[in-house]
Design a binder for this molecule. Structure first.
Ligand code: BMX
Length: 275
């Protein structure tokens, strides 16, 4: 069954036609962060217009908290969404069909479970990108929790005791901020390009060490057989190796690269839309 699958993240918009694990067609655009949800949905409808009649279902996965058809930002710095935006109603109006809705990292976890590194087993998915998100597959089920928050690891508090959320001390946004503080006006991509320089290695290692500690903590909470690492930062050159270097401990978490890469979210939401 062909699905119109949409992944609306803090950095980019991805609209695709997906049939199971196959991406048949795709179009991407940078997320215009100041435009707001109505404009993003209108842009998605425009991007999908050439494929009208070519799909049976619609799945929309978004950064942020999806709860009873509404959409809210847990961290407005990742993407500024008005509280309780009526996503189900507005997406139905913009796209003509009631879509299946899910948080981006939860959908990506399901995609990696079904068709990626998870190999249909239990796992924890961690995406390090604009923010830090995640998803949990336990007992063969994708967890949502009481209010759709299960897997939002980026919102957990930095172990240092401050009010800092982990994602505000790890993500691409933090890397750019740390680079500026070190006198280098570059984004996260620029930090990775400078790997080998002391200042850049310090930023990359600090980020990776914090994710390593998060994985160790989650190992004691969920004890999953596998952690699947995704996201633009998570899959960047050398980043997983840097996490591994901080995991030389007993009962160490086992990590794997997200096999579906940036497509995990659209493949996961397509599968959820067909359930
Ligand atoms: C934030 C949160 C999560 C999201 C994660 C990764 C917002 C807007 N988003 O923790 O819902 O899964 O970022 O988001 O509060 P991404 O855009 O980097 O994929």
């Amino acid at each position: 069954m062909t699905v119109l699958a949409v992944d609306l993240g803090g950095t980019k918009l991805l609209v695709a036609l997906v049939d199971e694990h196959r991406v048949l067609n795709r179009i991407e655009a940078p997320t215009n962060r100041d435009a707001g949800p109505d404009a993003w949905l209108a842009q998605i409808a425009d991007m999908a217009a050439p494929w009208s009649g070519e799909y049976n279902r619609i799945g929309v996965t978004v950064t942020g908290l999806v709860q009873d058809g509404t959409w809210s930002a847990l961290n407005r710095a990742t993407l500024d969404i008005p509280p309780q935006y009526p996503l189900a109603n507005r997406a139905s109006a913009a796209l003509g069909v009631q879509p299946t809705l899910r948080n981006d990292a939860q959908a990506a976890a399901w995609g990696e479970h079904l068709f990626g590194a998870g190999a249909r087993g239990d796992m924890v998915f961690l995406t390090i990108s604009t923010g830090v998100g995640g998803g949990i597959v336990a007992g063969g089920q994708l967890l949502s929790g009481r209010s759709g928050m299960a897997g939002h690891f980026g919102q957990t508090l930095h172990p240092g005791g401050s009010a800092t959320r982990i994602e505000d001390a790890v993500s691409g946004r933090w890397m750019a901020k740390a680079a500026r503080a070190a006198g280098h006006d570059v984004d996260a991509r620029g930090v990775f390009s400078a790997a080998g320089a002391t200042w850049a290695d310090a930023i990359l290692d600090n980020s990776a060490a914090r994710i390593a500690r998060l994985c160790q903590n989650l190992q004691f909470v969920l004890d999953p057989p596998l952690f699947v690492i995704g996201g633009g930062i998570g899959l960047a050159p050398g980043y997983i190796e840097r996490i591994e270097a901080h995991l030389d401990v007993p009962r160490r978490p086992i990590l794997a690269r997200a096999a579906l890469g940036a497509d995990a979210g659209i493949i996961g939401i397509a599968a959820l839309a067909c359930e």
